[in-house]
Ligand binder design. Structure first.
Ligand code: NDP
Length: 394
């Protein structure tokens, strides 16, 4: 593998990936930053302190535009930290140009509710035939959570029966309401019906209708809500032994009250409405007037705790329950890269996945999810580059 990486989408997550990758010149020998606005790339470049980094403007919705970019930047690997809407165009451009691909979120159709891997998995044979690799969902959740599960399976479990993925953000930015990553993508995710997997079937529930308290290490007791999350789709495919898997995320009461009001007045709608002759999507209007999550770093205090609990049997068939998690401090993340912990916890696994691909330690031909590779080199690197983890029996 070569050492040329092009990072597309220099928002909250992308700018942290750029900084983390920028510090590893021996692996990421050449870096190009490309985004819808070149200013975002220049700002991110400043933070890396590396003068040799190239910047470019690109419309990642256009395959032609992407191919012009790749003709200049000549990537071995394209890291997609733009929005899930751009996954398919960027993958198509990688196929036509001949570059490997990595992202942190699965494809979402701009005009439809929901998200799934179907369209990206359908590209497997084309990537395989071209001798290229695409790595999907290499952020924290999805990403690190899948790898925690693969790691516990490899070292501790003969059979995994029930899995709980637990995501707590105990951070406080002092604002009445703001999301901690892209608002549009975040609200689309949590306002759709919840779903979990049990005995071969997906069970659907009303949005945020199941919740319970949990004592999160480093964060404390919080109310966690059952929502649908994309890593469950690939995990039940790659580990067919799983009988039940659920995903839980914490929300504060004030956040949920604001969300309810916004939903009730129609501001989370994703269809177009006509305002004085202009066609606008209410959720996009909301995103435009709300704080940019990438700028919340300085004021966010507290910790995140994200991890997975597996219940099943150990390698000798004895009952076993184990919890692997990371605690990340918002202020420590800010001190490292000038960003809050959500961008940080997403970007570090993305950088590590990209590093392992460029080094040839994670290599395959086709389209893959992260749990399909050996978790050991990832777990070692991710701890070294900012996200130490802990495992305990419970
Ligand atoms: P931001 O909105 O902060 O950043 C996205 C960037 O994409 C923007 O800066 C924007 O560029 C750029 N962009 C948008 N449309 C285009 C386009 N058509 N062409 C080129 N660039 C474009 O989002 P986040 O950084 O919060 O999230 C980035 C990704 O990470 C999302 O896909 C999100 O779902 C994912 N994510 C994954 C997580 C995980 O754990 N797996 C957790 C959190 C996020 P510009 O600034 O130039 O206008």
């Amino acid at each position: 593998m070569g050492n040329r990486a092009t990072i597309i989408g220099l928002g909250g997550v992308g700018s942290v990936v750029a900084q983390k990758a920028g510090r590893l010149g021996d692996v990421f020998g050449q870096i190009t930053l490309a985004s819808r606005n070149e200013k975002s790339c220049e700002d991110a470049k400043q933070k890396t302190g590396r003068s040799d980094i190239e910047t470019a403007q690109v419309n990642a919705d256009s395959v032609d535009d992407l191919l012009k970019l790749f003709a200049e930047s000549k990537p071995d690997l394209v890291i997609n930290t733009a929005l899930p809407y751009q996954d398919l165009t960027i993958m198509e451009a990688c196929l036509r140009y001949g570059a490997d691909y990595l992202d942190t979120a699965n494809y979402e159709h701009p005009d439809r509710e929901g998200f799934e891997y179907k369209e990206q998995w359908a590209l497997h044979d084309r990537f395989k035939d071209a001798g290229l690799m695409a790595l999907l969902g290499c952020g924290f959740d999805p990403g690190q959570t899948n790898i925690y599960i693969a790691h516990m399976k490899k070292h501790h479990f003969g059979k995994m029966r029930q899995i709980e993925i637990l995501d707590a953000n105990g951070g406080d930015h002092g604002l009445p309401f703001a999301t901690n990553f892209n608002l549009e993508i975040n609200l689309r995710e949590i306002t759709q019906p919840g779903r979990f997997y049990k005995n071969g079937e997906w069970v659907k529930i009303a949005p945020l209708s199941i919740h319970e308290e949990f004592d999160f290490p480093g964060v404390g007791i919080r109310n966690k809500y059952l929502i649908y999350h994309e890593e469950m789709e690939s995990l039940v495919k790659n580990f067919p032994e799983i009988e039940q898997i659920r995903f839980w995320m914490t929300f504060g009461e004030q956040y949920l009250t604001y969300l309810e009001v916004l939903q009730n007045v129609g501001m989370t709608r994703i269809d177009k409405v006509n305002v004085d002759g202009a066609e606008v999507v209410p959720l996009k209007v909301l995103q435009t007037v709300m704080p940019n999550p990438a700028n919340l770093g300085k004021r966010t205090k507290g910790k995140t705790c994200i991890g997975c609990i597996i219940e099943g049997e150990d390698k000798n068939g004895q009952p076993k329950k184990m919890y692997t998690y990371n605690i990340c401090d918002h202020q420590e993340a800010f001190a490292d890269v000038g960003s809050q912990a959500i961008s940080y916890t997403t970007a570090v696994p993305a950088m590590v996945g990209a590093k392992l691909m460029l080094e040839g330690k994670w290599r395959g031909e086709g389209v893959f999810n992260v749990e399909e590779f050996d978790p050991d080199p990832f777990m070692k690197d991710v701890a070294e580059y900012g996200l130490p983890w802990q495992s305990k029996e419970i």
